[in-house]
Design a protein around this ligand. Structure first.
Ligand SMILES: *[C@@H]1O[C@H](CO)[C@@H](O)[C@H](O)[C@H]1NC(C)=O
Ligand SMILES: *[C@@H]1O[C@H](CO)[C@@H](O)[C@H](O)[C@H]1NC(C)=O
Ligand SMILES: *[C@@H]1O[C@H](CO)[C@@H](O)[C@H](O)[C@H]1NC(C)=O
Ligand SMILES: *[C@@H]1O[C@H](CO)[C@@H](O)[C@H](O)[C@H]1NC(C)=O
Ligand SMILES: *[C@@H]1O[C@H](CO)[C@@H](O)[C@H](O)[C@H]1NC(C)=O
Ligand SMILES: *[C@@H]1O[C@H](CO)[C@@H](O)[C@H](O)[C@H]1NC(C)=O
Ligand SMILES: *[C@@H]1O[C@H](CO)[C@@H](O)[C@H](O)[C@H]1NC(C)=O
Length: 462
């Protein structure tokens, strides 16, 4: 009976205490008038505070910016330079600093020397071209450095002397290349953003120091050809994005050697096909993105090398609802691979009787879901295909599908080829031993015992 009101009173008390803390932080004489202040971490440690001075046209920190601020948001101001005294001359407890979207072009190598607790530094959207190697040398707790949207220029052998850094964002920096020693003194990077730059080629030596690298983002560059061993020095790499590069895949050899890769992003790479061996050296891939390419089919063979696959995104391609794709569909069902795929149904309207000639008339499978394309290849469930015994498909009627046409063409080619082989062998043998022809024919039948389609096709043709 008394429990409920008690809980009520207690929660009210807690709430009002928190309120007091917030108001006290806001009205705290230590809070600069241009900023908003609140306890930091929120509601836990009232002794430390966070200051939000975002968008106040500041050129420097507010006067009397006190030492008890643990977090500072000074983004969207007009700060141009971080001089030696920018953060004052006494040690501060600042651990999180957001100086993004200012106009910072110069940073003194000692600008952060009074910030021993610095943990996250956000310098997105400034005009930084050059950083002294030792800029973050004393900030031994710095974990995440964000330099997105600057114009960093690696004109020195070592970029930063900062082995403490684990996450580095150098995206949108107009970078064309790195150097062999760029990351020399940053061996603990696990997370590296290099997307939206201008890389045309990658050298494996650039990544040699990054032995702990786990996630690498290289989308939206101008990469074309990659050496199979490009990332050989980062054996722990488990996520790699190469999306939105016009990549050229090798035809007969594996693409990249990445024994522990689990997430592979290859969207928007302009692929017209996926050669079978591509994933041979990436056996652990669990999630694969192949959306927004120009694929007309997915070879079922590629899945031989993707034994760990649990998710496939192949949306936004030109996939045909073919028997080949149905094999992939069956395989995904069988192996419980969540596949986000859609395909187009092409119907050929025959003019002749039982012949495959006709005018193509497309029908795109509808039922598109908003975002993603789940369900759009379910038409394949109904499709009648018989991989082992294709000619037993219903006799070609008015509606002959493309894959049947393709089948006849390939049968024709195989027929022609085997005739050539038989012919040349026969000729060859006749040259050396007359009367061998029948033996050779027998041998041919032994060598190709499953040439059923040929015979049936011949029957049909007659
Ligand atoms: C600071 O305030 C701005 C809006 O004025 C807001 O967008 C931003 O998220 C705030 N920063 C923090 C760290 O809460
Ligand atoms: C600055 O970065 C912090 C996180 O580091 C974020 O919470 C805040 O919203 C950012 N400020 C703005 C204006 O986006
Ligand atoms: C850095 O600041 C920008 C605001 O310009 C914000 O959008 C972004 O989330 C911040 N990054 C981090 C990691 O806090
Ligand atoms: C902040 O800077 C980033 C990086 O240059 C930029 O993409 C973004 O548009 C800027 N934000 C604003 C509001 O200008
Ligand atoms: C790199 O360039 C900056 C200016 O962009 C210059 O101040 C600095 O001395 C250069 N460093 C080296 C090692 O060339
Ligand atoms: C059929 O598809 C092809 C290729 O996608 C296209 O060029 C053609 O215009 C389509 N025809 C019809 C009738 O939609
Ligand atoms: C597919 O082939 C199997 C054996 O090869 C046969 O039993 C089955 O009837 C065939 N299915 C169709 C639809 O022709």
């Amino acid at each position: 009976m008394y429990i409920l009101p008690t809980i009520w009173t207690i929660s009210l008390t807690i709430l009002s205490v928190c309120d007091i803390h917030e108001t006290s932080a806001k009205d705290d004489p230590r809070c600069p008038s241009v900023c908003k202040c609140y306890p930091w971490p929120p509601r836990v440690h009232p002794a430390k505070m966070a200051a939000n001075c975002s968008g106040r046209a500041l050129k420097a920190l507010p006067a009397h910016f006190q030492r008890h601020f643990a977090s500072l948001d000074a983004s969207f101001n007009d700060i141009e330079e971080l001089s030696k005294d920018f953060f004052g001359d006494a040690k501060m407890v600042l651990s999180k600093i957001n100086l993004s979207n200012n106009s910072i072009h110069t940073i003194d190598s000692r600008a952060f020397s009074m910030l021993p607790d610095l943990w996250i530094m956000n310098l997105t959207g400034n005009k930084i071209r050059h950083l002294h190697q030792d800029t973050f040398k004393v900030n031994t707790k710095l974990w995440y450095l964000i330099l997105r949207g600057n114009t960093i220029n690696f004109n020195q052998s070592t970029f930063l002397n900062a082995p403490q850094i684990g996450k580095l964002d150098l995206s949108y920096n107009n970078l064309h290349e790195l150097g062999d020693n760029t990351f020399n003194e940053m061996p603990n990077i696990v997370y590296l953003r290099l997307h939206n730059n201008q890389f045309k080629k990658l050298q494996s030596s650039w990544f040699r120091p990054l032995r702990k690298l786990e996630r690498l983002f290289l989308e939206h560059n101008q990469l074309t050809v990659l050496d199979v061993n490009t990332f050989i020095h980062s054996p722990k790499l488990f996520e790699l994005s190469l999306s939105w590069n016009k990549l050229l895949l090798p035809y007969h050899t594996p693409f990249l050697r990445l024994p522990n890769l689990e997430y592979l992003h290859l969207s928007g790479c302009g692929f017209g096909n996926i050669p079978s061996h591509i994933f041979e050296f990436t056996p652990r891939v669990r999630m694969l993105w192949l959306s927004s390419n120009r694929l007309s089919t997915l070879p079922v063979d590629i899945f031989n090398y993707l034994e760990s696959l649990i998710f496939l995104d192949a949306c936004d391609n030109n996939l045909l609802c073919s028997c080949e794709l149905k094999e992939v569909w069956d395989l995904c069902r069988y192996r419980h691979i969540a596949a986000d795929v859609s395909c187009n149904v092409y119907l050929l309207e025959g003019t002749g009787e039982g012949e495959g000639e006709g005018e193509a008339q497309n029908q795109t499978a509808t039922a598109a879901g908003a975002g993603g394309c789940f369900g759009r290849w379910d038409v394949l469930e109904e499709m009648v295909c018989n991989a082992t015994d294709r000619p037993s498909l219903p006799a070609p009627s008015k509606d002959t599908s493309v894959e049947q046409l393709a089948l006849y063409v390939s049968i024709g080619v195989v027929l022609l080829l085997s005739l050539c082989i038989v012919g040349s062998v026969t000729l060859y043998c006749r040259k050396y031993k007359s009367g061998w022809t029948s033996t050779v024919r027998g041998a041919h039948n032994l060598t190709y015992p499953d040439m059923m389609p040929l015979n049936i096709d011949r029957e049909e043709a007659t």
